[in-house]
Design a protein around this ligand. Structure first.
Ligand code: PBG
Length: 329
């Protein structure tokens, strides 16, 4: 009889032993918490498909930021719901846009010194049609114009950095935006502001609840002419290579759980900080199962985050940031 000499169970017997040999860990400082800023005062409106996530007026967002800072969370990712929308996405690059105002308020609050303020840079929350760029209509056909969109996206990034963003994070997937943003930032004397590029962003069904939260669903068509096809890993590597070549300082992969292999491939190939975005649909589907009593909330949440870490993400954007930080405390 050949009894096993190697018994892997020896190292699993007690929590002390398991902790001692654990390969992957999580820290609150690696979590980024998304906030949706809206006009008004004292507004705290829950997103129906995202329990525990709110549209917040700036005064409420400041309170939320203070709580996030006290939990040791690394940063906030800011989105905006403007008062009004138009074809040129004026609210995105307006000096007095909702996120620009929010950034100024957050910079003045006690929390700011401990939290990185990351501004999402996109036009979709600000365009009347909900696309991430400028639309050129041609009868029943339409085209999202790359270069005209890039001009406005670069202008948006500079305006957000000027208002106090520590990091700008373009999520539009237009070609050439990173280079254009770098130029615009440098020309404005903001050469120290890093760019976190959503380099590999897939056209995903898992963004559904976000479009309710940010009121940004496209009014016609879809985003497949600019966001990536979910079947393509090699193309994701090209997207990353291109963004790094244009001057991206860090990259973000999105969504996370359905694309763990892409995160792993990026980690092995590129020596820059890599983050992953556990998107709205990933959060909502877990919450739906929690509500049914089908999954244990704390364990499922922590396992989902750990898997993203293990795949190679250094930091994780997640709507669970506060809950997870509490567990880690
Ligand atoms: C803006 C943007 C989106 C998300 C982040 N930035 C929406 C989209 O591309 O439709 C999705 C985030 C989430 O689902 O949590 N372009």
């Amino acid at each position: 009889m050949d009894f096993p000499i190697t018994r892997l169970r020896r190292l699993r017997r007690t929590e002390a032993m398991r902790r001692f040999v654990r390969e992957t860990s999580l820290e609150p400082s690696a979590l980024v918490y998304p906030l949706f800023l809206c006009p008004g005062e004292g507004v705290r409106r829950e997103i129906s498909s995202m329990p525990g996530v709110f549209n917040l007026s700036i005064d409420e967002a400041v309170k939320e930021a203070e709580e996030a800072a006290s939990l040791g969370i690394g940063g906030l990712l800011l989105f905006g719901l403007p008062e009004s929308k138009d074809e040129q996405a004026t609210g995105a690059w307006d000096h007095n846009g909702i996120v620009q105002q929010g950034l100024r308020a957050l910079k003045q609050s006690r929390s700011a010194k401990d939290l990185l303020l990351i501004a999402d840079v996109c036009l979709c929350e600000y365009t009347s049609h909900g696309h991430c760029g400028i639309v050129h209509k041609n009868g029943d056909d339409y085209e999202i114009e790359n270069d005209a969109s890039v001009n406005l996206i670069a202008k948006t990034a500079a305006s957000l950095a000027e208002a106090g963003a520590d990091i700008v994070a373009p999520s539009d997937m237009m070609d050439g935006r990173v280079e254009a943003i770098r130029d615009e930032l440098d020309a404005a004397g903001l050469e120290q502001t890093p760019i976190l590029s959503y380099a590999a962003k897939f056209a995903s069904a898992f963004y559904g609840p976000f479009r309710e939260a940010a009121d940004s669903a496209p009014q016609f068509g879809d985003r497949r002419s600019y966001q990536m096809d979910g079947a393509n890993l090699r193309e994701a590597m090209r997207e990353i290579e291109q963004d790094l070549g244009e001057g991206a300082d860090m990259i973000l992969m999105k969504p996370a759980m359905p694309y763990l292999d892409v995160i792993r491939a990026a980690r092995e190939r590129f020596d820059v900080p890599i983050g992953a975005y556990q998107v709205s649909g990933e959060y909502s589907m877990l919450h739906a199962a929690f509500a049914k009593g089908w999954l244990e909330p704390e364990r499922a949440m922590m396992e989902s985050l750990l898997s993203i870490r293990r795949a190679g993400a250094g930091f994780i954007v997640t709507y669970f940031a506060k809950e997870a930080a509490k567990v880690l405390a």
